[in-house]
Design a protein around this ligand. Structure first.
Ligand code: SAM
Length: 214
C-alpha cells in the first residue's frame, strides 16, 4: 500500500506543502505570520485548498490565471458576523483573535507568490492586496463583466454558497447566485479550463447541473 498524504499532491515535482512553506517563510513579514493565530489560519487555509488546484494547473503555475470567487477579505463580512456571535457569547479575546483571519484571501496570496495570476473576488473589502483583488457582489448581474472572454484557466469557489453574509446579510438564495454566475463563467473560462468547487449546495456535477439549470 502506498501512503499518499494530501500534502504530497504535486505538479512538476513541486508539492503543495513546499509552496505553502516557502510562501509563509517569504511573506511572513507582509502578512504578520509571526502571530500564531494568523500563522495557523494561513497554513490551514492554503493546505485545505491548494492541493485540489495543483493537478488541474498543468506543468507550471506561472502563466496561469486563477479566479477565486468569494476568496475572503481582510474586512470580511462573514468574519464580522462571527465576531458578533463571539462577542455576544463573551468569548475570551484569545478566542476572538483566533477567528479574525480565517477568511482572509490566503489561497490567492499563495498562488500569487507561486507566480500564478490570481484574481480574487469578494464582497468584503481587502485594501492593499498585492494580487489582483476586486470587491464585487457576486449576486449582481454581469458582476464579472470586467474579465475578458476566454481569459481564465481555473475558477475556484469554496464555501461561498453557505456564507452567513449571503443568506442573512444579503438575504439571497445561493442557487440563484449560481444561476447568475454560470453563464458568465462559461464566457470567461477558456474552453479547456475548469470550474473547481467545494460547496455543500452543489456537491456533485449532476447535482450542480440540475441545481443551476433553470
Ligand atoms: C466562508 S468564507 C470562504 C472564504 C474562502 N473561499 C475560503 O474558503 O477560505 C465565504 C466568503 O464568501 C464571501 N461572500 C459571501 N457572499 C458574497 C457575495 N454575494 N459576493 C461575493 N462574495 C461573497 C464572504 O465575504 C466570505 O469571504
Amino acid at each position: 500500500m502506498i501512503l499518499k498524504p494530501y500534502t504530497q499532491i504535486h505538479i512538476n515535482g513541486i508539492h503543495a506543502d513546499d509552496i505553502r512553506t516557502h510562501f509563509m517563510a517569504a511573506e511572513s513579514e507582509r502578512y504578520n505570520l509571526t502571530d500564531p493565530f494568523r500563522n495557523e489560519d494561513a497554513k490551514w487555509s492554503v493546505m485545505m485548498q491548494l492541493p485540489y488546484l495543483l493537478p488541474l494547473l498543468g506543468e507550471s503555475l506561472s502563466g496561469k490565471v486563477v479566479l477565486d470567487l468569494g476568496c475572503g477579505a481582510k474586512e470580511g463580512l462573514d468574519t464580522r458576523q462571527k465576531m458578533k456571535r463571539i462577542l455576544e457569547a463573551r468569548w475570551t479575546p484569545t478566542l476572538r483573535d483566533q477567528f479574525n483571519t480565517q477568511f482572509e484571501p490566503w489561497l490567492c496570496r499563495a498562488l500569487h507568490y507561486a507566480g500564478t495570476t490570481a484574481i480574487g473576488v469578494d464582497v468584503g473589502a481587502s485594501p492593499d492586496e498585492i494580487f489582483r483583488y476586486h470587491q464585487v457582489d457576486l449576486t449582481l448581474p454581469n458582476c464579472l463583466a470586467f474579465l475578458p472572454h476566454a481569459s481564465v484557466d481555473l475558477v475556484h469557489m469554496r464555501e461561498v454558497l453557505n456564507s452567513p453574509y449571503l443568506s442573512k446579510g444579503l438575504q439571497k438564495n445561493p442557487l440563484e447566485m449560481m444561476r447568475n454566475l454560470m453563464p458568465q463563467l462559461e464566457l470567461i473560462v477558456k474552453p479547456d479550463g475548469f470550474f473547481l468547487f467545494n460547496e455543500e449546495e452543489i456537491c456533485s456535477v449532476e447535482n450542480a447541473r440540475s441545481a443551476i439549470l433553470p
